[in-house]
Design a protein around this ligand. Sequence first.
Ligand SMILES: NC(=O)c1ccc[n+]([C@@H]2O[C@H](COP(=O)([O-])OP(=O)(O)OC[C@H]3O[C@@H](n4cnc5c(N)ncnc54)[C@H](OP(=O)(O)O)[C@@H]3O)[C@@H](O)[C@H]2O)c1
Length: 280
Amino acid sequence: MNATHSELVVVTGASTGIGRATAQRLATDGFHVLAGVRSEAAAAEVKAGRIEPVLLDITDEDQVAALADTVRADRRPLRAVVNNAGIAVNAPIEALPLAEWRRQFDVSVFGQVAVIQAFMPALLRSKGRVVNIGSTGGKVAMPSFGAYSGAKFAMEAISDSLRREVEPFGVTVAVVIPGAIRTKLAERGNATGERLIAGMTLEQRARYAGLAKAFRATTESWGSNGLDASLVADVVSKAIRARKPRTRYTVGRDAAVMTRLTHLVSDRLLDRMVRHTMGL
Ligand SMILES: NC(=O)c1ccc[n+]([C@@H]2O[C@H](COP(=O)([O-])OP(=O)(O)OC[C@H]3O[C@@H](n4cnc5c(N)ncnc54)[C@H](OP(=O)(O)O)[C@@H]3O)[C@@H](O)[C@H]2O)c1
C-alpha cells in the first residue's frame, strides 16, 4: 500500500524510543504523523516536517477525545493508529502496591483501549489499521515482571478479540512484538524498581535481594545490548503498508524465539530457562 501525506497516522508515546523512531519512519514513508507527546518540551523536540506533535496522555480521557475530534474534523483518512505508549512497573507480585498495578494497567491496558475506542469510528470509515506494540513480556512472564507482563498478555488477548470483531469491517489489527530494544524504558523501569524496593518490608527486601540484583543486570543488559528502535519502526511501517498484513510480527531473534517457546516446552522447563537466562 502506498503511503501518502494525504493520510493520517497516530502514534502514541512518540517523545522517545520506539514511538519517536516510528513517527520518523512513518513521516519518511509519506504519512502525516500525529505524534502523541505529554509536554511542550517534547512537542518542540519531535516537531519536524510531516510530524505534528499532539498533546496526548492516553490516561487522560479528555485529551484522547480531543484528538479523536481533531481527526474526525480532518478530511484526510486515518490510515493507522500505533498504540505504543508504555511504562514498566516491575517488582515481585507480593510487594507491588495495588496503586502501582493500577498505574501499569491504566497506561498499558486501559489507555490502549481508550485510544482504540476513540479512533475506531475513523478507522472504520477509512478501513484503517491498529498496530499494538506488544512485548516478549506478553508471551513469557519473568519474575518481577508480573504487572508489566500481565498488561502485555492482556493486550495480546484484546488484540485477538479486536481483530476478530473488526476485520469483517475492513479494519486490520497487528501486534508488533519487539525483543530487547535500546530505549529509555529499562532505565525508567529501573528507577521505578529502586523506588519500589525502598518501599518493601525488610523481610521482603531480604527475600528478593537476589531477584532484584538479577532483574537489574537483565534490564541493564537490554538497555545496552538491545537493538535500535528504528528496526521496530521498520516493522510497524510494514504492518501499516503491507497489502495483507500479518496478525503478529516479531523484531529481533530473542523475540522470535520467545514467542515460539511457550508452544514448544513445558512450564517447568521454561521456569528453568528463565532462571538460567536471568542468572538466578
Ligand atoms: N524497549 C524495549 O526493550 C521494549 C521491548 C518490547 C516492547 N516495548 C514496548 O515499546 C513501547 C515503547 O517503549 P520504549 O521502549 O520506546 O520506551 P520509552 O523510550 O520509555 O518510551 C515510552 C513512551 O511512552 C510514553 N508514555 C508513558 N506513559 C504515557 C501516557 N500515560 N500517555 C502517553 N504516553 C505515555 C512516554 O512518554 P514520556 O516521555 O512523556 O514519559 C514515551 O514516549 C512500550 O509499549 C513498551 O512496552 C519496549
